[in-house]
Design a binder for this molecule. Structure first.
Ligand code: NAG
Length: 424
C-alpha cells in the first residue's frame, strides 16, 4: 500500500519527468555525434598497395610458395621477373621475343616453363641469378607465324593449358581475328599439342573450381567467362556454356583478362580497360564486388603471400598516352590487395620437364635456342628508382638507396645515377 502510494506521488510531477526525458534525449544525441566524429576507418574494405615499380605490360602473376616468389612477365620487353616476398627484391631475365605465362615445374622449382612467341620454353633459373640453361619444348601454329602464346596454367595433374592470340598491331591495336587456340600440352604431346578450343581471338584467363570438375575460360573480346565440365583424370573438357557475361554488369567497363578463383569458388577477374578487378559468383553469374585498381589496364590476378590471402594484380601502361602516364604513374606496376576476406589455393605446377638440359632433344635439333636470347642487358638509367648491375641483372624496387651495391655500378653509370639522385 505504501509503495503504490509513492509511485502515484512520482507520477504527479510531469515537469520533472519532462526534464528527465530531455536529458536522456540530449545525452544520447551528443553521444551519437561523438561516435560520428571519432568514426574509425573502415577496416573491412580492401586495401590496395603498390608492390613493384611499373613495367610496360605486366602479366601472368604466378606465386610459388616453395620460394615465396611471385613471377610475372613484361610481355613485349621479353622479361621474366621475380618478386621476392621476403627481400622485396625484383630480379629479371630477358628473352628475345614476347614472353607469357611462367609456370614452375612440379619436380624442380628452378625450372620454369614459359611461352616465348609461338614457342614453349623451359629455362633453368633460380629467380635471382643468371639463367643456367634453356630449351625449346615445342612450337605451335606455324600457319599463323605472327601469333603468340598468351595466358596459361597447369592443371592438378601437371598438364599445361596454354592459349595463343593473333597478331595485334601495336599502333592500331587491331587484332588478326580467329588465329588463337587453347592447347593442352602433356609430357607425351610436346611436339603435337592437342588443340582444345579453337578458334579464339585472345586466349586468356583460365582456372578450375575446388571440386576440380569445372574449368572456366576467357576469350577476352567475347567479354564472357565460359564454363566447361572438366574430367581431371582424362584432362577432357565438355559442355561449354556461358557462366559470366561482363556486359550484363552496367557498373563495370573493360574486357575480362586474367582470372583466378578463391576458396569459396568465386572468380576474381582482371578488367583490361576497366581499372578494376571484380569478384563474381560463377554459379549465379552475380557480381559480388568491384575493387578499383590505380591503373586503367588491369591484366591478371593471383592469390599469393605466405597465407595466400594477398591478391597480386598485374597491370599495363603500354596503351596509355604520355599525359595519361603522368596522371596514372603507377600503371604497369604489380599491386597487392589485402582484406578481401577470402584466400586462394596454391597454384598447380607443370609436370612436363624435370631438367631443362635434357628436355626435348628433338626440338633442340630444330631450333637454335641461343638465337632466342637477347644480348646481355645494358645498364638501365631510364628510371631513377631502378638500379641495374650487369653482373646480376637484378634491380631493387622501393629501396632506391641500396648503398651496399653501389660498387657494382660501373663508374660512368654510377655518376649518371648520382646526378639523377641529387636532382631529386
Ligand atoms: C573474333 O573476332 C572477330 C572479329 O570481331 C569475330 O567476328 C569472331 O566471331 C571472333 N571469334 C570468336 C571465336 O569469338
Amino acid at each position: 500500500m505504501k509503495k503504490f502510494g509513492k509511485c502515484i506521488v512520482v507520477l504527479q510531477y510531469p515537469v520533472m519527468w519532462s526534464l528527465v526525458i530531455l536529458v536522456i534525449f540530449f545525452s544520447h544525441s551528443v553521444m551519437s555525434q561523438d561516435a560520428t566524429k571519432n568514426e574509425l576507418p573502415n577496416f573491412d574494405s580492401p586495401a590496395v598497395f603498390q608492390v613493384t615499380q611499373p613495367v610496360d605490360h605486366g602479366e601472368g602473376p604466378m606465386w610459388d610458395g616453395r620460394k615465396n616468389l611471385l613471377y610475372f612477365v613484361d610481355i613485349h620487353a621479353g622479361r621474366v621477373l621475380s618478386y621476392n616476398y621476403d627481400s622485396k627484391k625484383v630480379s629479371f631475365v630477358t628473352l628475345k621475343g614476347d614472353v607469357s605465362s611462367v609456370i614452375p615445374a612440379k619436380k624442380n622449382e628452378n625450372i620454369l616453363v614459359l611461352g616465348l612467341d609461338r614457342s614453349l620454353m623451359a629455362i633453368e633459373w633460380d629467380g635471382q641469378n643468371d639463367v643456367k640453361s634453356k630449351r625449346v619444348l615445342t612450337t605451335v601454329a606455324p600457319q599463323f607465324p605472327q601469333s603468340r602464346f598468351n595466358d596459361g596454367k597447369a592443371d592438378k595433374q601437371g598438364r599445361l593449358w596454354v592459349g595463343t592470340m593473333g597478331f595485334e598491331n601495336p599502333q592500331t591495336r587491331q587484332l588478326a581475328p580467329n588465329q588463337g587456340a587453347l592447347y593442352k600440352i602433356t609430357k607425351d604431346t610436346f611436339l603435337s599439342p592437342k588443340i582444345e578450343i579453337a578458334p579464339v581471338n585472345i586466349s586468356n584467363g583460365l582456372t578450375w573450381n575446388k571440386a576440380n570438375n569445372k574449368m572456366y575460360y576467357i576469350d577476352t573480346p567475347s567479354k564472357k567467362v565460359m564454363e566447361y565440365d572438366y574430367d581431371d583424370e582424362k584432362g577432357d573438357i565438355s559442355n561449354p556454356r556461358v557462366s559470366v557475361d561482363i556486359e550484363k554488369f552496367p557498373s563495370v567497363t573493360g574486357s575480362p583478362d586474367g582470372m583466378t578463383i578463391d576458396n569459396d569458388d568465386n572468380l576474381w577477374i582482371a578488367l583490361f580497360g576497366g581499372g578494376s578487378i571484380i569478384k563474381v559468383n560463377p554459379v549465379t553469374g552475380q557480381l559480388l564486388q568491384v575493387v578499383p585498381i590505380p591503373a586503367r589496364d588491369v591484366t591478371s590476378v593471383m592469390f599469393g603471400g605466405p597465407n595466400l590471402d594477398i591478391l597480386f594484380v598485374t597491370t599495363s601502361r603500354r596503351g596509355l598516352t604520355d599525359s595519361e602516364r603522368k596522371t596514372s604513374n603507377a600503371a604497369g606496376s604489380v599491386f597487392g590487395v589485402t582484406n578481401l576476406r577470402t584466400k586462394g589455393s596454391p597454384a598447380h605446377f607443370v609436370d612436363l620437364v624435370d631438367n631443362a638440359r635434357r628436355a626435348n632433344i628433338l626440338a633442340e635439333i630444330l631450333i637454335n635456342t641461343n638465337e632466342l636470347f637477347a644480348q646481355p642487358l645494358p645498364n638501365e638509367v631510364s628510371n631513377a628508382l631502378v638500379q641495374s648491375t650487369e653482373a646480376s641483372q637484378n634491380y631493387v624496387v622501393q629501396q632506391p638507396q641500396r648503398t651496399s651495391e653501389k660498387e657494382d655500378v660501373p663508374a660512368f653509370w654510377g655518376a649518371i645515377l648520382n646526378t639523377i639522385r641529387n636532382f631529386f
